[in-house]
Design a protein around this ligand. Structure first.
Ligand SMILES: NC(=O)CC[C@H](N)C(=O)O
Length: 268
């Protein structure tokens, strides 16, 4: 059995301290190797977003895959052969700090998305993977238009527990905290239908946006520890994109199920 190799410590914000190789934790040889890219961990990583990356790494290890975790901040070199992209949320100020770099990377990131690289972008990066975010101070932060969506800050913040129904990933639970009100265009389909909470805009019952193998969503909390089906869906697409075969191992999700149940029982 292999273990974690060069990476030590898993807490805290920012991804760079956690970069490196995380080896599979199953018997025998690895079933494959994935390169996971954390986008902008320095500026876009709030409300537990780092936990999503940690879950992807851990579940990949438990399923028998090695993971190379790479982070990307403004000015870094964008690595090649990426199989899965994760990005978190941020304050309006964080979004402003990364916007120029993100625009400079728009062509590459769009090409990856069209090519089927699975991506999970939360809140602030969800907004900037759309066409634009008009903030409450009148600034328009341009996005890269991978998701046919646009966002305008509303008069207040949409905050609280949220539960969705999705077509293919079951019931999804999380926590939202955003000022932006997002409207999807015809080129994106929602991640889910809001059962309780506000979602994209508090009025049309949609939450998040999907295109290709990308999921954009407002759900923090973190999303993936409480929604392992979503984590495994992303990993399966990543393995396929790497040219490998998705061959998952059984994982005991008792704790995740309990966390889901508690989160879903919480009032808004
Ligand atoms: N949680 C977030 O990522 C917030 C995104 C954005 N700054 C908003 O308030 O809408």
């Amino acid at each position: 059995m292999s273990g974690m190799s060069s990476v030590s410590g898993v807490s805290g914000a920012g991804g760079s301290a956690h970069e490196g190789l995380w080896e599979h934790r199953t018997e025998g040889p690895a079933r494959g190797r994935l390169r996971v890219l954390q986008l902008y961990p320095r500026d876009m990583n709030i409300y537990g977003d780092w936990g999503n990356t940690l879950v992807l790494v851990r579940r990949a290890q438990w399923h028998g895959y090695d993971v190379e975790l790479v982070s990307y901040d403004p000015g870094d070199e964008l690595p090649g052969d990426v199989h899965l992209v994760v990005g978190g949320g941020g304050q309006d100020s964080g979004q402003s700090r990364i916007k120029d770099d993100l625009l400079a990377r728009a062509a590459e990131l769009s090409a990856w998305a069209s090519d089927g690289v699975p991506m999970l972008v939360i809140c602030g990066l969800y907004q900037l993977f759309g066409h634009r975010f008009a903030t409450g101070t009148g600034t328009v932060i341009p996005g890269i238009g991978v998701i046919d969506a646009e966002t305008v800050a509303g008069p207040g913040r949409l905050i609280g527990n949220i539960t969705l129904d999705t077509d293919d990933l079951g019931r999804v639970v999380g926590y939202e905290n955003h000022s932006g009100l997002t409207t999807l265009g015809p080129g994106a389909r929602p991640f889910g239908r809001v059962l309780s909470g506000d979602g994209n805009n508090g009025t049309d019952s949609t939450e998040g946006g999907r295109v290709h193998h990308l999921i954009g969503t407002y759900l923090h909390g973190s999303l993936l520890p409480k929604n392992p089906v979503v984590a495994d869906w992303l990993l399966a697409r990543a393995v396929e994109h790497s040219g490998g075969r998705w061959d998952p191992a059984p994982i005991d999700d008792t704790w995740a199920d309990r966390a889901r149940a508690v989160a879903m029982s919480r009032p808004r």
